[in-house]
Design a protein around this ligand. Structure first.
Ligand code: FMN
Length: 435
């Protein structure tokens, strides 16, 4: 179906478009369901709205939050969402995606306590999960590409124009498992409610899940490809040793990269998902004590339209953004249906603008996900949750327009934020990069 920008004037127009084109997205007026609290093990999320992790690329040189990052989390905390999924935080300097990515260490622990305290003070009991990451093939710690690959990947290696393939060894992976465990312990000490073993968007651990062509104990079979993630979960559990601490995973259930290079893909057509392995993995994660899963897809580098349906980006996608939205929502539903005891946070709502709450209410009411997560929307409209819960609506004038300028800032090596709605800070930064 042909791509087009958001051009709907009413909810009815979207519903008619979906019906006409066989896109399955439901709507409900019962927004009150979104105020329901959600239990995750021993912790409670006060409502069913969450904010996805979004890197600000604005850390201090020591890896701690700068004033700009503190401002972001203060805005998020005041906005009323029950859960903040704190942005990608590197477990070691080599695994940073940019020189200004956060990196938690013993030395900067006090500063991480500070951001956690700010969120506590401003939010009345928001749950905060720290996303722990190693950027793998997208590592750029000094500002230029320094890829650490999970394995040779003809599609992504070509896309990244890689000459030399620096593949991480089994010994290095073993030692990296300890880095994840150590960082999780630090996050716990800083007062975070849990950590996420980032397994998405083809950063290192997500890459390993699709490492069909890697040799040795971390590649090839399902058991080998999931080894790193599962070992990390075990090591985090042992390091923290507190069963109220949430161990979660942000998981790509569909890479949309051809076999044998992508996870969760139909082997004969990489444009279609095959959720058999992701479901198998989620069941194992649950058995190991993981109680929270954030479902996502694609990679922002190779197929960003799968990752975040947009109105303008680096290319014109082959599908309508609503198809991408529907895929993300349906994927989360499949996981929730197969593993109902897992708390599932869904992705893909920002493109829907002020109609998102009705879709969110339908999803929540029908138990297709537990927490509805917003990414770009939170940069544009940090108090979206407050408006949904108190005014029963989102204001169209405050909504993200999916223009991609936040990502342009990031790709240009600047610090991403909303150029259109948070103009005081981010418009001048955008003017700098387009000069
Ligand atoms: C500026 C920016 C930074 C992001 N950083 C992260 C990140 O740190 N970790 C992550 O898992 N996803 C990251 N994402 C992806 C978002 O969490 C989210 O999955 C995506 O934007 C789709 O959700 P949305 O349609 O609500 O925006 C980022 C996205 C943007 C636009």
């Amino acid at each position: 179906m042909e791509y087009s920008r958001f051009n709907f004037k009413t909810r009815q127009q979207i519903e008619e478009f979906c019906t006409k084109n066989g896109i399955q997205i439901g709507f409900s007026d019962e927004l009150k369901v979104l105020s329901k609290s959600v239990e995750i093990g021993k912790k409670t999320v006060k409502n069913s709205l969450g904010i996805h992790p979004m890197e600000g690329c604005d850390a201090n040189p020591d890896g701690s939050c700068s004033d700009l990052a503190l401002r972001r989390y203060e805005r998020f905390a005041k906005g009323g969402a029950g859960l903040i999924w704190f942005e990608a935080t590197a477990v070691n300097p080599k695994g940073k995606a940019n020189p200004r990515q956060l990196n938690i260490t013993e030395e900067n622990l006090e500063k991480f306590k500070e951001v956690r305290n700010i969120i506590e003070k401003e939010s009345e009991g928001c749950i905060v999960i720290m996303q722990l990451t190693h950027s793998g093939r997208f590592s750029k710690p000094e500002g230029k590409m320094a890829p650490i690959l999970e394995c040779k990947n003809d599609i992504l290696d070509r896309h990244q124009k890689l000459q030399k393939l620096n593949i991480i060894t089994d010994e290095e992976l073993e030692s990296l498992e300890d880095d994840f465990a150590k960082s999780a312990k630090l996050a716990y000490m800083a007062g975070f409610d849990g950590v996420d073993m980032k397994s998405c968007h083809r950063y290192l651990n997500s890459g390993l899940l699709g490492a069909f062509t890697r040799e040795g104990k971390y590649g090839g079979s399902f058991e080998n490809r999931t080894r790193f993630l599962l070992n990390c979960v075990d090591k985090i559990k042992a390091a923290v040793n507190d069963d109220s601490f949430i161990i979660s995973v942000r998981l790509n259930i569909f890479d949309s990269i051809p076999y044998p290079y992508g996870f969760g893909v139909d082997k004969s057509n990489y444009l279609n998902p095959d959720y058999e392995e992701p479901i198998r993995l989620v069941k194992i994660l649950y058995e190991k004590g993981v109680r929270l899963l954030n479902v996502t897809m694609g990679t922002p580098y190779y197929n960003p339209h799968v990752n975040r349906p947009f109105d303008s980006g680096e290319y014109i996608p082959h599908e309508h953004p609503l198809e991408g939205v529907a895929r993300l929502i349906h994927g989360a539903y499949v996981i929730k249906k197969e593993v109902p005891e897992m708390v599932v946070m869904g992705t893909g709502y920002s493109w829907l603008r002020n109609y998102a709450p009705y879709v969110a209410a339908f999803v929540k009411k029908n138990n297709m996900a537990d927490i509805i997560g917003f990414g770009r929307e939170a940069l544009a409209y940090p108090d979206f949750a407050f408006d949904i819960l108190h005014d029963n609506a989102m204001s169209i004038n405050k909504c993200c327009i999916c223009c991609g300028k936040c990502v342009e800032l990031m790709r240009a090596g600047s610090t991403p934020g909303c150029v259109v709605k948070d103009t005081d800070v981010y418009l001048p930064l955008y003017r700098e990069i387009i000069k």
